[in-house]
Ligand binder design. Sequence first.
Ligand code: C5P
Length: 224
Amino acid sequence: MTKAPVVTLDGPGGVGKGTVSALLAKHFGWHYLDSGALYRLAALAAKNHGVDFTNEEALAVIAEHLDIRFDQQDSGVKILLEGDDVTSQIRSEEVGANASRVAAYSRVRDALLKRQRAFRTEPGLVADGRDMGTVVFTDAPLKLFLTASSEERARRRWQQLKDGNIAADFEQVLVDIQERDERDSSRAVAPLKPAEDAVIIDTTELSIDDVFNQAVALIKDRVE
Ligand code: C5P
């Protein structure tokens, strides 16, 4: 592993990690790892190839051989799976729920580990996910763990879906978030939890700017 600085942002779905991580990466000129996208891509590839979501062996093979590309464009990152643009498709609630199913298998997680660590290159990395601080980058000099009430997270996720022109029912988004939290927190491998040395930020009453500013101050203090 290189010694490029890495800042980890972990936390449950809809907490705003993705938005804050992307802003931080841009601000510091660092790379950005959206690890959730990898699990979403594995889930979509499994579905496309007709793989059963209970078949760990076959899911691990899919994860190992994922043919994906993250293309940086002016408008954001374009995500390709086997050559197809799946940038908005992987954001659906269905793909998210399937991602949390495949993510429960240790062989799938192992298959994605090396790919995630490969993102750690100079000048630095912001890594967003569930186990960035507890498993993937345990030696990160700064680990953040974002939380917020499930209602607030459902509201943010619903708004995000709406902004992306994806139709969604608020009550259903809330139920999905709660089910996903339960599955992500109770699984045997790499459960969602703060690293012992993580700084926990409750964002329920905070704006994206507030969280961003707190994170920038912590990075300047501890990493730069
Ligand atoms: O963050 P996002 O909603 O895109 O993640 C989708 C799913 O992928 C999560 O619900 C979680 O089960 C899984 N995941 C994970 N470990 C990560 C990132 C995501 O298990 N580091």
